[in-house]
Design a protein around this ligand. Structure first.
Ligand SMILES: C[S@@+](CC[C@H](N)C(=O)[O-])C[C@H]1O[C@@H](n2cnc3c(N)ncnc32)[C@H](O)[C@@H]1O
Length: 227
């Protein structure tokens, strides 16, 4: 009886996916909490993720500093792509820690495997997830980060529920999203998110907003703690 009541309560909390008649060509035609989800980026565009201009456009070294990573931490890089950030994060948490580079496209994981072999990096694990579940080991992660990824989830509620299962109590979940508030950020609209929208979508989960940093040229870094 009690379990049934809890299940009903959780079900009632889950926001709906709403089919859209008229939608953005860069979107999947479904909205969630007032936002249309974007199509995900194909592995064929992986070279774009590693473009040299990215260092100037996005200042990833500032992001790395802001994360305050320490030796021994376990970091989940959800939607790791070609591993552009997985490898520098792995250096920060070495020698005792590791990065779990998670993806839904096996081709991206092959790129990561090749880079790890070439550069003799042994603390980047690869993990193939689904669009609903990254399949992280339960309560194992200190910090889960999504860099330019969350807006591509086609099942954001399920993904976030499952990501949170993988994070330790008191661990962090970090969103790095292009600032929708800033019209000068030259990225397609559905691939940007406002801080208010991220907070709204996280309001249905047992997390606490910690802070938002705007030190990056184009993206917010939004930190939450798992309660
Ligand atoms: C724009 S790329 C960003 C890659 C990487 N984070 C970076 O900053 O270089 C977005 C990535 O998210 C992945 N993705 C989309 N939906 C996902 C999901 N539900 N679970 C895991 N990865 C997902 C895509 O496969 C794609 O590689």
């Amino acid at each position: 009886m009690m379990i049934a009541a809890v299940l009903l309560l959780l079900q009632a909390q889950k926001p709906e996916y709403v089919k859209m008649d008229d939608h953005d060509p860069n979107g999947i035609g479904y909205s969630y909490m007032g936002r249309e989800m974007a199509n995900y980026m194909s592995h064929e565009a992986a070279p774009w993720l590693d473009r040299p201009e990215r260092y100037k456009e996005e200042a990833p070294q500032l992001l790395l500093e802001a994360l305050n990573l320490k030796n021994g931490m376990v970091v989940a890089d959800i939607g790791a792509g070609s591993g552009f950030l997985s490898f520098p994060m792995a250096v920060k948490v070495a020698p005792k820690g590791k990065v779990i580079a998670e993806e839904i496209q096996p081709e991206m994981l092959t790129i990561i495997e090749d880079k790890a072999k070439r550069n003799k990096i042994t603390n980047v694990d690869r993990l193939l997830g689904t669009t609903e579940d990254p399949k992280l080991p339960a309560n194992s992660v200190d910090l889960a980060i999504m860099v330019d990824v969350y807006h591509e989830f086609d099942k954001p509620y399920e993904m976030m529920s499952n990501i949170l299962k993988g994070i330790k109590k008191g661990g962090q979940v970090v969103f790095v999203e292009y600032r929708k508030e800033d019209p000068r950020v030259p990225i397609k609209e559905l691939h940007k998110m406002s801080e208010a929208q991220v907070k709204k979508e996280m309001s249905v989960f047992p997390v606490r907003w910690i802070r938002t940093s705007n030190i990056l040229p184009r993206q917010h870094i939004i930190f939450f703690e798992k309660l």
